[in-house]
Write a protein that binds this ligand. Structure first.
Ligand code: CP
Ligand code: NVA
Length: 301
Protein backbone atom coordinates (compact mmCIF):
# COMPACT_ATOMS: atom_id res chain seq x y z
CA UNK A 1 0.00 0.00 0.00
CA UNK A 2 1.35 3.45 -0.85
CA UNK A 3 1.77 5.86 2.03
CA UNK A 4 -0.35 9.01 2.01
CA UNK A 5 1.29 12.33 2.72
CA UNK A 6 -0.07 15.84 3.27
CA UNK A 7 2.45 18.09 1.58
CA UNK A 8 -0.10 20.42 -0.02
CA UNK A 9 -3.90 20.63 -0.04
CA UNK A 10 -3.82 18.88 -3.42
CA UNK A 11 -2.80 15.61 -1.74
CA UNK A 12 -6.41 15.23 -0.56
CA UNK A 13 -9.47 15.34 -2.81
CA UNK A 14 -12.07 18.08 -2.19
CA UNK A 15 -14.38 15.44 -0.64
CA UNK A 16 -11.59 14.17 1.63
CA UNK A 17 -10.84 17.71 2.78
CA UNK A 18 -14.49 18.27 3.65
CA UNK A 19 -14.54 15.06 5.67
CA UNK A 20 -11.41 16.18 7.56
CA UNK A 21 -13.27 19.39 8.45
CA UNK A 22 -16.38 17.44 9.49
CA UNK A 23 -14.21 15.27 11.71
CA UNK A 24 -12.46 18.36 13.10
CA UNK A 25 -15.85 19.71 14.22
CA UNK A 26 -16.63 16.39 15.94
CA UNK A 27 -13.24 16.27 17.66
CA UNK A 28 -13.73 19.86 18.83
CA UNK A 29 -17.03 18.87 20.40
CA UNK A 30 -15.46 15.82 22.07
CA UNK A 31 -12.80 18.11 23.48
CA UNK A 32 -15.45 20.55 24.75
CA UNK A 33 -17.26 17.60 26.38
CA UNK A 34 -14.05 16.44 28.05
CA UNK A 35 -14.59 13.05 26.45
CA UNK A 36 -11.73 10.55 26.43
CA UNK A 37 -10.99 9.72 22.79
CA UNK A 38 -7.79 7.75 22.26
CA UNK A 39 -7.95 6.87 18.58
CA UNK A 40 -4.15 7.18 18.20
CA UNK A 41 -3.17 5.29 21.33
CA UNK A 42 0.54 4.40 21.31
CA UNK A 43 1.14 6.20 18.00
CA UNK A 44 4.16 8.49 17.88
CA UNK A 45 4.56 11.62 15.77
CA UNK A 46 8.01 13.03 15.04
CA UNK A 47 8.09 16.81 14.71
CA UNK A 48 11.05 18.28 12.84
CA UNK A 49 11.26 22.05 13.23
CA UNK A 50 13.91 23.88 11.21
CA UNK A 51 12.05 27.17 11.89
CA UNK A 52 10.37 28.60 14.99
CA UNK A 53 6.78 27.83 15.95
CA UNK A 54 4.26 28.37 18.71
CA UNK A 55 0.88 27.25 17.31
CA UNK A 56 2.04 24.41 15.09
CA UNK A 57 4.22 22.78 17.70
CA UNK A 58 1.71 23.07 20.52
CA UNK A 59 -1.30 22.01 18.43
CA UNK A 60 0.43 18.89 17.09
CA UNK A 61 1.94 17.94 20.43
CA UNK A 62 -1.24 18.55 22.44
CA UNK A 63 -3.31 16.90 19.69
CA UNK A 64 -1.26 13.71 19.74
CA UNK A 65 -1.42 13.45 23.48
CA UNK A 66 -5.19 14.10 23.56
CA UNK A 67 -5.61 11.27 21.04
CA UNK A 68 -3.68 8.90 23.29
CA UNK A 69 -0.38 9.07 21.42
CA UNK A 70 2.74 11.16 21.84
CA UNK A 71 5.03 13.48 19.91
CA UNK A 72 8.78 14.01 19.82
CA UNK A 73 10.18 17.47 19.10
CA UNK A 74 13.26 17.26 16.88
CA UNK A 75 15.38 20.32 16.37
CA UNK A 76 18.24 20.36 13.85
CA UNK A 77 20.34 21.94 16.60
CA UNK A 78 20.29 18.74 18.63
CA UNK A 79 19.95 16.05 15.96
CA UNK A 80 22.20 14.78 13.18
CA UNK A 81 19.92 16.55 10.68
CA UNK A 82 21.65 19.79 11.66
CA UNK A 83 25.05 18.19 11.10
CA UNK A 84 24.31 17.26 7.52
CA UNK A 85 22.90 13.72 7.69
CA UNK A 86 21.19 13.34 4.30
CA UNK A 87 17.40 13.85 4.20
CA UNK A 88 16.84 10.44 2.63
CA UNK A 89 18.84 8.66 5.35
CA UNK A 90 16.98 10.56 8.06
CA UNK A 91 13.66 9.71 6.40
CA UNK A 92 14.46 5.99 6.25
CA UNK A 93 15.61 5.87 9.86
CA UNK A 94 12.92 8.04 11.46
CA UNK A 95 10.07 6.44 9.53
CA UNK A 96 11.21 3.05 10.81
CA UNK A 97 10.52 4.20 14.37
CA UNK A 98 7.66 6.69 14.09
CA UNK A 99 4.04 6.48 12.89
CA UNK A 100 4.08 9.88 11.18
CA UNK A 101 6.47 12.77 10.69
CA UNK A 102 5.64 16.46 10.65
CA UNK A 103 8.19 18.83 9.14
CA UNK A 104 8.62 22.61 9.16
CA UNK A 105 11.47 23.59 6.89
CA UNK A 106 12.69 25.93 4.15
CA UNK A 107 12.53 24.63 0.55
CA UNK A 108 9.48 22.57 -0.36
CA UNK A 109 11.78 20.09 -2.14
CA UNK A 110 13.22 19.09 1.26
CA UNK A 111 9.87 17.78 2.43
CA UNK A 112 9.22 16.13 -0.95
CA UNK A 113 12.55 14.36 -0.70
CA UNK A 114 11.81 13.26 2.86
CA UNK A 115 8.37 11.94 1.82
CA UNK A 116 9.89 10.00 -1.06
CA UNK A 117 11.96 7.93 1.35
CA UNK A 118 9.49 7.80 4.25
CA UNK A 119 7.56 4.65 5.11
CA UNK A 120 5.04 6.68 7.13
CA UNK A 121 2.86 9.75 6.38
CA UNK A 122 4.67 13.08 6.18
CA UNK A 123 2.85 16.31 7.03
CA UNK A 124 3.91 19.73 5.80
CA UNK A 125 3.95 22.02 8.82
CA UNK A 126 5.14 24.95 6.64
CA UNK A 127 7.69 25.31 3.90
CA UNK A 128 8.79 28.45 2.06
CA UNK A 129 6.13 27.59 -0.55
CA UNK A 130 3.08 26.22 1.32
CA UNK A 131 1.34 26.03 4.72
CA UNK A 132 -1.57 23.60 4.18
CA UNK A 133 -2.28 22.81 7.87
CA UNK A 134 -3.13 26.46 8.46
CA UNK A 135 -5.68 26.29 5.66
CA UNK A 136 -7.49 23.38 7.31
CA UNK A 137 -7.97 25.58 10.39
CA UNK A 138 -8.97 28.61 8.30
CA UNK A 139 -11.54 26.63 6.35
CA UNK A 140 -12.94 25.07 9.52
CA UNK A 141 -13.23 28.55 11.06
CA UNK A 142 -15.01 30.08 8.07
CA UNK A 143 -17.55 27.22 8.06
CA UNK A 144 -18.18 27.65 11.77
CA UNK A 145 -19.04 31.32 11.39
CA UNK A 146 -20.55 31.55 7.92
CA UNK A 147 -21.26 28.06 6.53
CA UNK A 148 -19.83 26.67 3.29
CA UNK A 149 -17.14 28.74 1.58
CA UNK A 150 -18.05 27.34 -1.84
CA UNK A 151 -18.87 30.17 -4.26
CA UNK A 152 -17.73 32.86 -1.79
CA UNK A 153 -15.03 35.48 -2.38
CA UNK A 154 -11.81 35.57 -0.37
CA UNK A 155 -9.32 38.43 -0.61
CA UNK A 156 -5.67 38.03 0.23
CA UNK A 157 -3.89 41.31 0.97
CA UNK A 158 -0.10 41.27 1.32
CA UNK A 159 2.83 39.07 0.38
CA UNK A 160 2.40 36.36 -2.27
CA UNK A 161 3.99 33.93 0.17
CA UNK A 162 3.50 30.34 1.45
CA UNK A 163 0.12 31.23 2.99
CA UNK A 164 -1.02 32.96 -0.18
CA UNK A 165 0.00 29.91 -2.23
CA UNK A 166 -2.00 27.65 0.07
CA UNK A 167 -4.99 29.99 -0.35
CA UNK A 168 -4.66 29.50 -4.12
CA UNK A 169 -4.78 25.72 -3.60
CA UNK A 170 -7.71 26.16 -1.22
CA UNK A 171 -9.62 28.22 -3.81
CA UNK A 172 -9.33 25.24 -6.12
CA UNK A 173 -10.15 22.52 -3.58
CA UNK A 174 -12.95 24.37 -1.77
CA UNK A 175 -14.25 26.13 -4.89
CA UNK A 176 -14.11 29.84 -4.07
CA UNK A 177 -13.00 33.01 -5.85
CA UNK A 178 -9.69 34.49 -4.68
CA UNK A 179 -8.62 38.11 -5.14
CA UNK A 180 -4.97 38.83 -4.40
CA UNK A 181 -3.66 42.33 -3.66
CA UNK A 182 0.13 42.24 -3.53
CA UNK A 183 2.59 45.04 -4.26
CA UNK A 184 4.68 44.89 -7.40
CA UNK A 185 7.47 42.35 -7.06
CA UNK A 186 5.66 40.40 -4.30
CA UNK A 187 3.00 38.57 -6.31
CA UNK A 188 2.52 34.82 -5.78
CA UNK A 189 4.14 32.20 -7.99
CA UNK A 190 3.21 32.94 -11.62
CA UNK A 191 2.78 29.30 -12.60
CA UNK A 192 0.46 28.56 -9.67
CA UNK A 193 -1.64 31.63 -10.49
CA UNK A 194 -1.74 30.62 -14.16
CA UNK A 195 -2.90 27.08 -13.29
CA UNK A 196 -5.79 28.55 -11.30
CA UNK A 197 -6.54 31.59 -13.42
CA UNK A 198 -10.27 30.86 -13.66
CA UNK A 199 -10.67 31.61 -9.93
CA UNK A 200 -7.64 33.72 -8.98
CA UNK A 201 -7.62 37.46 -9.72
CA UNK A 202 -4.59 39.69 -9.20
CA UNK A 203 -5.93 43.10 -8.15
CA UNK A 204 -3.03 45.21 -6.83
CA UNK A 205 -5.25 47.88 -5.21
CA UNK A 206 -6.31 46.58 -1.74
CA UNK A 207 -9.51 48.66 -1.69
CA UNK A 208 -10.67 47.30 -5.03
CA UNK A 209 -9.54 43.77 -4.12
CA UNK A 210 -11.63 43.56 -0.92
CA UNK A 211 -14.82 44.69 -2.66
CA UNK A 212 -17.35 41.85 -2.46
CA UNK A 213 -15.12 39.79 -0.14
CA UNK A 214 -16.64 37.41 2.43
CA UNK A 215 -13.25 36.82 4.01
CA UNK A 216 -10.14 39.03 4.10
CA UNK A 217 -6.79 37.46 5.00
CA UNK A 218 -3.27 38.65 5.50
CA UNK A 219 0.07 37.50 6.89
CA UNK A 220 3.42 39.01 7.87
CA UNK A 221 5.31 41.01 5.25
CA UNK A 222 8.62 39.27 6.00
CA UNK A 223 8.35 35.52 6.52
CA UNK A 224 10.78 33.34 8.46
CA UNK A 225 14.04 33.36 6.54
CA UNK A 226 13.38 36.85 5.08
CA UNK A 227 14.31 38.86 8.18
CA UNK A 228 17.14 40.55 6.27
CA UNK A 229 14.61 42.08 3.84
CA UNK A 230 12.40 43.55 6.57
CA UNK A 231 13.19 47.25 5.95
CA UNK A 232 12.83 46.96 2.19
CA UNK A 233 9.54 45.08 2.63
CA UNK A 234 8.21 47.65 5.11
CA UNK A 235 8.36 50.31 2.43
CA UNK A 236 7.21 48.05 -0.43
CA UNK A 237 4.06 47.06 1.51
CA UNK A 238 3.14 50.61 2.52
CA UNK A 239 -0.63 50.94 1.99
CA UNK A 240 -1.32 47.22 2.35
CA UNK A 241 -2.28 47.22 6.03
CA UNK A 242 -5.64 45.69 6.98
CA UNK A 243 -7.63 48.21 9.03
CA UNK A 244 -11.32 48.41 10.00
CA UNK A 245 -11.63 51.13 7.33
CA UNK A 246 -10.31 48.81 4.61
CA UNK A 247 -12.64 46.06 5.87
CA UNK A 248 -15.57 48.47 5.43
CA UNK A 249 -15.08 48.08 1.66
CA UNK A 250 -15.67 44.31 1.93
CA UNK A 251 -19.10 42.70 2.41
CA UNK A 252 -20.85 43.77 5.60
CA UNK A 253 -20.55 40.28 7.11
CA UNK A 254 -16.92 39.75 6.01
CA UNK A 255 -14.53 38.03 8.41
CA UNK A 256 -10.85 38.77 8.96
CA UNK A 257 -8.22 36.06 9.46
CA UNK A 258 -4.47 36.03 10.08
CA UNK A 259 -2.47 32.84 10.65
CA UNK A 260 -0.43 34.66 13.35
CA UNK A 261 1.97 35.75 14.69
CA UNK A 262 0.69 39.24 13.82
CA UNK A 263 2.74 42.40 13.61
CA UNK A 264 0.39 45.15 14.74
CA UNK A 265 1.14 48.39 12.91
CA UNK A 266 2.51 46.53 9.88
CA UNK A 267 0.23 44.13 7.96
CA UNK A 268 -2.63 44.66 10.43
CA UNK A 269 -3.62 47.56 12.65
CA UNK A 270 -4.06 47.00 16.39
CA UNK A 271 -7.69 48.11 16.02
CA UNK A 272 -8.32 45.41 13.40
CA UNK A 273 -7.05 42.68 15.70
CA UNK A 274 -9.68 43.77 18.25
CA UNK A 275 -12.45 44.31 15.69
CA UNK A 276 -15.54 42.09 15.92
CA UNK A 277 -14.91 40.91 12.33
CA UNK A 278 -11.58 39.34 13.38
CA UNK A 279 -11.77 35.61 14.15
CA UNK A 280 -8.05 35.07 14.62
CA UNK A 281 -8.21 33.43 18.07
CA UNK A 282 -10.84 30.91 16.96
CA UNK A 283 -8.71 30.33 13.85
CA UNK A 284 -5.65 29.62 16.01
CA UNK A 285 -7.53 27.21 18.26
CA UNK A 286 -8.83 25.31 15.27
CA UNK A 287 -5.26 24.36 14.37
CA UNK A 288 -5.62 21.81 17.17
CA UNK A 289 -8.93 20.31 16.06
CA UNK A 290 -8.20 20.34 12.32
CA UNK A 291 -4.81 18.67 12.73
CA UNK A 292 -6.20 16.00 15.04
CA UNK A 293 -8.64 15.19 12.23
CA UNK A 294 -5.78 15.20 9.73
CA UNK A 295 -3.73 12.83 11.90
CA UNK A 296 -6.66 10.45 12.16
CA UNK A 297 -7.20 10.59 8.40
CA UNK A 298 -3.55 9.76 7.71
CA UNK A 299 -3.01 7.20 10.47
CA UNK A 300 -6.29 5.33 10.71
CA UNK A 301 -7.36 4.98 7.07
N1 CP B 1 0.40 30.08 12.20
C1 CP B 1 1.46 29.33 12.57
O1 CP B 1 1.84 28.39 11.87
O2 CP B 1 2.01 29.70 13.74
P1 CP B 1 3.39 29.18 14.37
O3 CP B 1 4.49 29.74 13.50
O4 CP B 1 3.39 29.73 15.75
O5 CP B 1 3.40 27.69 14.34
N1 NVA C 1 4.43 33.38 6.14
C1 NVA C 1 4.82 33.15 7.51
C2 NVA C 1 3.84 32.25 8.17
C3 NVA C 1 4.11 31.98 9.63
C4 NVA C 1 3.14 31.04 10.26
C5 NVA C 1 6.21 32.55 7.55
O1 NVA C 1 6.51 31.68 6.71
O2 NVA C 1 7.00 32.96 8.40
Amino acid sequence: MTVRHFLTLLDFSPAELISVLDRADQLKQLQRDNALHESLKNKVLGMIFEKSSTRTRVSFEAGMSQLGGSAIFLSPRDTQLGRGEPIEDSARVLSGMLDAVMIRTFGHEIIQQFAKYSKVPVINALTDEFHPCQLLADMQTFREFRGSIQGKTVTWVGDGNNMCHSYINAARQFDFELNIAAPEGYAPDTELVQQNKQRVNLIPDPQRAVKGADLVVTDVWASMGQEGESDQRLSAFDGFQITPELMDHANSDALFMHCLPAHRGEEVSASMMDDSRAVVWEEAENRLHAQKALLEALLLN
